[in-house]
Design a protein around this ligand. Structure first.
Ligand SMILES: NC(=O)CC[C@H](N)C(=O)O
Length: 358
């Protein structure tokens, strides 16, 4: 059996079964998703995190590229009760350490009690407890990954659906899931995927009907250029955002964001729409939240479990954002109509008010 050590913040070390070798460090989080492991493992929002699956068996329907959200695995390491051979081999090929035969009930309880925490991992024939502790020592806080967007974004603008007849979307790629682009293309949009640090001139070159800020890893406050883009375009161009995108829009418009204790990660997070009274099940993966929306945004949807904001609308501007993942993958598709609402903003002819100068 390959040795595997997991060092938790505070110095407690767990021992498990090594399934993919290597050393790693990152922020330890858990997802309660009981399906969709391929989508979760390829979601760029998990960059610099170590992902624990609370569902006990991961990998029972194999590994198929059609379900990937990006071309590589993003968590730095993976913890589970039981990983199948398929998933273990995939992670080994990807160079992502994996540990199973852990009591993940204890790991999840530790995270719920202590919050998302720093973690070090060492897996291999000669791996030692000290190797894991050394990784823990070197682990940075998530907010100290100040240029994390560079690790997950496109380098150059890329256009999808150039021949489509619908709206033109400038999607600022802070680590966008493939399903966001697919959901827009399925609605006949042309999508200009722009780097996370795109300049105003890059967005102007795309001449978009909608400015859309994607999901992505890390602390929203570190995405200064994307925040500046929202500020620059919100008067004249409708704005949309998903997850990190909602947080960036809030940061841009006088709102604030905050780190949650252990976040929301799973595929059955209940969300209440305040206007219709309807509750939908949603897919989520976030550790930050909008704390105060500010004067230019109003909360339209909240999480039923803890009342945190799940949807924001512009008070005087055409803005719609979601904290959850309406593009699904993994998880329920009940909220795909978000993309119709986003594209519908382009044909909204109402006069856009200018925020008062105070
Ligand atoms: N899925 C996401 O976009 C995550 C957003 C942000 N990095 C957070 O953890 O809250």
């Amino acid at each position: 059996m390959t040795a595997a050590y997991v060092a938790l913040e505070g110095g407690h070390v767990l021992e498990g079964r090594g399934r993919a070798s290597g050393t790693a460090r990152g922020e330890l989080v858990f997802t309660t998703a009981y399906t969709g492991y391929e989508e979760s493992l390829t979601d760029p929002s998990y960059e610099e995190q170590i992902l624990t699956f609370s569902y006990p068996l991961i990998g029972n329907y194999g590994v198929r590229e059609e379900r990937f959200e990006d071309d590589r695995v993003h968590p730095r390491a993976v913890l589970a009760k039981e990983l199948t051979e398929d998933v273990a081999n995939w992670l080994e090929t990807e160079g992502v350490p994996a540990v199973d035969h852990l009591d993940t009930r204890d790991v999840v309880t530790d995270i719920r009690d202590g919050g998302a925490m720093k973690c070090g991992i060492a897996v291999g024939e000669d791996a030692t407890e000290e190797d894991a502790l050394e990784q823990l020592e070197q682990c940075k806080a998530m907010s100290d990954h100040t240029d994390i967007g560079a690790q997950v974004s496109v380098d150059e603008p890329t256009v999808y659906g150039a021949d489509n007849d619908g709206e033109t979307v400038a999607l600022v790629d802070c680590g966008a899931k493939g399903s966001i682009v697919d959901s827009l293309l399925a609605r006949d949009a042309t999508v200009h995927v722009l780097p996370y640090d795109a300049a105003v001139s890059d967005v102007e070159a795309a001449d978009p009907d909608i400015l859309f800020i994607s999901n992505g890893p890390g602390d929203p406050a570190n995405y200064e250029q994307a925040i500046a883009l929202v500020e620059a375009f919100v008067e004249d161009t409708p704005v949309a955002g998903i997850c990190l995108g909602q947080q960036i829009v809030a940061e841009a418009l006088g709102g604030t964001t905050a780190k949650m204790d252990f976040g929301h990660r799973g595929v059955n997070q209940p969300v209440l729409d305040l206007d219709s009274g309807q509750v939908v099940m949603t897919t989520q993966n976030h550790g930050y939240t909008v704390d105060e929306p500010g004067d230019y945004l109003e909360v339209t949807q909240i999480n039923v479990n803890d009342d945190t904001p799940e949807g924001l609308d512009g008070v005087d501007h055409d803005i719609i954002t979601r904290q959850y993942h309406p593009e699904a993958n993994p998880g329920p598709e009940d909220t795909l109509d978000f993309f119709d609402s986003v594209l519908g903003m382009a044909s909204n002819t109402s006069q856009r008010a200018v925020p008062a100068d105070d």
